[in-house]
Design a protein around this ligand. Structure first.
Ligand SMILES: NC(=O)c1ccc[n+]([C@@H]2O[C@H](COP(=O)([O-])OP(=O)(O)OC[C@H]3O[C@@H](n4cnc5c(N)ncnc54)[C@H](OP(=O)(O)O)[C@@H]3O)[C@@H](O)[C@H]2O)c1
Length: 306
């Protein structure tokens, strides 16, 4: 990774898993990092771990609950009030395949609400800071990185029941939220390009990585699954640190292009070094993306100037 001093990164869900390792490595390379997390004590613990490894790290904490649009507005407002520009926004936080349907503060299904709508709102609200000249001596376009998943494959974007009110099914609900991440990331790039705005939108996925996502999601219902999932994932997946490589590549490589998708190079993109990958065809559907954009603006009340 090239030196990152002078850059500022805002990373959601930076207290755990892939987001934590992305924050740690960016900090190690000299990037100032904002750990945007929903739990103060977990965020403080993550900051302490970063400072233990990188004593000179510039790491601050922002309170952000993506499952509450009031919190998203407050977090974005607090950042904008600081008057700083942002070089990197990493839309990483997520929840996966919760056994029972749960809802955000505004009543959206929790995975769609957190993984997609929360990040849609956050990005739109932080846009003024992303489009200002960067913090580096030689400003480069800001990068907005959204974390999707190989689980986007086979998703359905059913606008007649976007919130899974008729019948909730855990994995399809997760798949939909991850397809939404791709549709959003690609549509954002098209809009930034049309506006000739100085920012790029990039989508990544971490393969299959050993993080808390599995215990917090499918394993959270207790029973046998809760016992089996964590050791199975530990045995079969790559580490959380390796999972952060596509994020770090998208954040720092000169080879990365806006509107493209990056993930691990290995078998079925489950592990390995970051390379450009192809999403499923429907992720490139511009009509679907425009419809999702319009609905997301309506649901969040966040209007993009793009
Ligand atoms: N691990 C994989 O194999 C894999 C594969 C494909 C995609 N991904 C994606 O990678 C991203 C990171 O997940 P991970 O694997 O690193 O899992 P993780 O260790 O569980 O981290 C998820 C992070 O998101 C945070 N988060 C959840 N809900 C939030 C909310 N409402 N507001 C703010 N933060 C919230 C969590 O905070 P708490 O600690 O407070 O819960 C945690 O910091 C997710 O978008 C996930 O979909 C992961």
């Amino acid at each position: 990774m090239p030196p990152q001093s002078g850059r500022l990164a805002y990373i959601t869900g930076a207290n755990s898993g892939i987001g934590f390792h992305a924050a740690l490595e960016l900090a190690r390379a000299g990037c100032a990092v904002i750990l945007a997390c929903r739990g103060r004590s977990k965020a403080e613990a993550a900051r302490s771990r970063i400072l233990a490894a990188v004593p000179h790290a510039d790491a601050e904490i922002a309170d952000l609950d993506l499952a509450n649009l009031d919190s998203v507005r407050a977090a974005a407002g607090a950042f904008l009030a600081s008057g700083r520009s942002l070089d990197l926004l990493i839309n990483n936080a997520g929840v996966m395949a919760l056994p029972q349907r749960r809802a955000t503060a505004q009543g959206f299904e929790l995975q769609f609400g957190t993984n997609h709508l929360g990040h849609f709102a956050l990005t739109g609200l932080l846009l003024p800071a992303l489009l200002r000249p960067g913090n580096q001596p030689k400003p480069a376009p800001a990068r907005i990185i959204t974390v999707s998943s190989i689980a986007h494959r086979g998703a359905t974007m059913d606008f007649s029941d976007l919130q899974w009110e008729r019948r909730y099914v855990p994995w399809p609900a997760y798949r939909r939220s991850k397809l939404a991440n791709l549709l959003f990331g690609f549509e954002l790039e098209r809009r930034l390009e049309r506006a000739q705005a100085p920012a790029a939108s990039i989508v990544v996925h971490p393969g299959v990585s050993n993080t808390n996502l599995f215990a917090a999601g499918p394993g959270s219902g207790g029973g046998l699954l809760a016992k089996i999932i964590p050791p199975f994932i530990a045995l079969t997946s790559q580490s959380a640190a390796q999972g952060s490589w596509p994020l770090l590549y998208a954040a720092t490589s000169a080879a990365v292009k806006g509107g493209h998708y990056y993930g691990p190079h290995g078998f079925r993109e489950m592990r390995g070094y970051p390379v450009e990958v192809r999403a499923e065809q429907q992720a490139y559907d511009e009509v679907l993306a425009a419809k999702l954009w319009q609905v997301s603006e309506q649901l969040t009340g966040v209007q993009y100037p793009l």
